[in-house]
Design a protein around this ligand. Structure first.
Ligand code: NDP
Length: 332
């Protein structure tokens, strides 16, 4: 078995040498335990944000889809697939007791029919549910409203924009690449695309949203978000999902935030952050609904798949730099 351990804390963009790929010999299974073999690993921005809290020498965090290959547990029989927060490792032994730990989030994978199991890490997993609950419950979009999504071509953002279209909204996606923009407009049905790497974000947004912005789903933070907040309508709603602009930055060198409180007060905005597991009790509702929308052709998805366990680190830093369209996963 192989695993990646944290060797050195990240500084700026993570370096390959910050993690170490090590071999481990696994013990025999005890009663109530099962062995699972990784099939797909997830690489996500939150791993970069969470890393400072990890102790050196621990397995690097992350969710994976794994196949149970040996078992002394009736609940987790051989042949079943599970999704769990096992970290970047090829093989994992878990006890039934450990599997109940809410932090490990171990679940037998629901039946996706003919769809790829990897979707359990994306549109039919945590990012899909972050989009479903985080957008609908916090932004509470109404038909005809204008919705802006940043990080629009990623795992969460691409789903948010399509749900906003399903709800009858005018949808503006912001991302950092024109090819991504073509996908958003031509295939996912977004109404407008803005490349934040080009100048005049403020003016371009005002053109795309002449009546102002009612809902903002924020994946990125920073200047992009300050600009969107400055164009919100009265009683606008903002769902704060993440702030990737700052994840690789040295905090002491980050520019001070543009002052946005004026707009927040005058427009009486409601801004709320969330963590998707807040809706743990309704988890299957989100997955079932997203699956239904996929089967009806209303929700499309893309994955950027990197092959090989030994390429996990590269997949991770590529994703952090915008190399992915849709969900970034590793096929082990
Ligand atoms: P994505 O698939 O969106 O991948 C990350 C993307 O971020 C890249 O593709 C890149 O796209 C964009 N990006 C990178 N650097 C910057 C930057 N400086 N400014 C603007 N965009 C940048 O990841 P996810 O969909 O998994 O996650 C999106 C956000 O949601 C993250 O902030 C993440 O932490 C958060 N999240 C929060 C959850 C929650 O429960 N609250 C759950 C899941 C995710 P581009 O080419 O457009 O630059």
């Amino acid at each position: 078995a192989k695993k990646y351990i944290l060797h050195q804390h990240f500084s700026g963009l993570p370096k390959q040498s910050d993690l170490k790929l090590v071999e481990e010999k696994l013990p025999n299974l005890r009663n109530g335990e099962f062995l699972s073999e990784a099939v797909y690993l997830s690489v996500d921005p939150y791993m970069r944000a969470y890393e400072p809290r990890l102790k050196l020498g621990t397995v690097f965090i992350g969710s994976q889809i794994a196949k149970i290959t040996d078992s002394k547990s009736k609940q987790y029989p051989i042949g079943k697939y599970v999704v769990g927060q096992f970290g970047w490792r090829s093989h994992t032994i878990t006890s039934e007791e450990e599997a109940k730990n809410p932090e490990l989030l171990v679940n037998v994978l629901p039946d996706f029919g003919k769809l790829s199991l990897s979707l359990g890490l994306g549109v039919l997993g945590m990012p899909g549910n972050a989009a479903y609950f985080g957008f609908l419950e916090i932004c509470k979009p109404k038909e005809g409203e204008t919705v802006v999504v940043s990080g629009a071509a990623g795992a969460v953002g691409s789903v948010v924009g399509q749900i906003a279209k399903i709800k009858g909204c005018n949808v503006i996606g912001i991302a950092g690449d024109d090819e991504k923009g073509k996908w958003l407009i031509n295939e996912l049905g977004f109404d407008h695309f803005i490349n934040y790497k080009k100048p005049n974000l403020h003016k371009t947004l005002a053109k795309c949203a002449p009546n102002g912005v009612d809902c903002y789903f924020d994946n990125v933070g920073g200047e992009i978000s300050s600009t969107v907040l400055s164009q919100m309508n009265l009683h606008g709603r903002v769902s704060v999902c993440g702030a990737i602009v700052g994840y690789n930055a040295n905090r002491s060198t980050l520019p001070t935030a543009t002052i946005t409180q004026g707009f927040i007060a005058i427009k009486q905005l409601r801004i709320e952050g969330f963590i998707a597991t807040r809706w743990r009790d309704r988890w299957m509702e989100g997955i079932d609904q997203n699956l239904k929308w996929i089967s009806e052709g209303k929700l499309k998805y893309r994955e950027t798949v990197t092959e090989g366990f030994e390429n996990t680190f590269q997949a991770f830093v590529d994703m952090l730099q915008g190399g992915n369209v849709g969900k970034a996963v590793v096929k082990v």
